[in-house]
Ligand binder design. Sequence first.
Ligand SMILES: *[C@@H]1O[C@H](CO)[C@@H](O)[C@H](O)[C@H]1NC(C)=O
Ligand SMILES: *[C@@H]1O[C@H](CO)[C@@H](O)[C@H](O)[C@H]1NC(C)=O
Length: 187
Amino acid sequence: MKVVRLRLRLIQEILDDKDLNVKVLLLVRDPRGVMQSRQHSTFCQPAPDCREPSHLCADMISDYVAAGRIQQQYPDRLMVLRYEELALKPNITTYRILKFLRLSATQSIDEFLQSHTNVEVGDAYSTFRVSQKVPFKWKYALDFNHVDEIQIACKEAMLLWGYRMAYNETHMKSKDFNPIEDYTISQ
Ligand SMILES: *[C@@H]1O[C@H](CO)[C@@H](O)[C@H](O)[C@H]1NC(C)=O
Ligand SMILES: *[C@@H]1O[C@H](CO)[C@@H](O)[C@H](O)[C@H]1NC(C)=O
């Protein structure tokens, strides 16, 4: 199942149920990328918890805390991943996910990766993308004032999840600015 915007702490009950034997993959994304992606979506606009960076980032902090707790309790049943890692390295990351799920790779998975991560076909909801180009589109699509508003509201969440701040417009748009850095989930 793919579930969108469900808080990780609410998964606890499902993990506690031994009969279900569920594994959970938490996918996190840079709040600046999330806000840029939601900018044009009509489903999101009326809801403050969707549109307000402070709501989004409070959720990210809540998920970070829950991830530490759950990883301690069920080390092999929670995998945490940043969306940017998946987009930049779709193949390696997909293999890591398969290993976590104890599934073997198949030819059709390889074919899917090959065909869906290297070409762009269709609209914003297409699954055929040049994956490398997607995660940092916000650097060019958002103006710095908006980015800075998000950064101010999201300072703590970004620090926890390993997202670097842009200092100014020039820095934000420069090729040398890598928005992601290492992070650890502390328990
Ligand atoms: C993807 O990664 C796997 C595991 O590291 C490797 O065996 C496979 O050859 C890779 N495929 C491509 C297209 O790079
Ligand atoms: C932007 O930030 C960088 C890094 O802190 C700094 O070196 C540079 O002088 C700043 N540029 C402007 C126009 O403020």
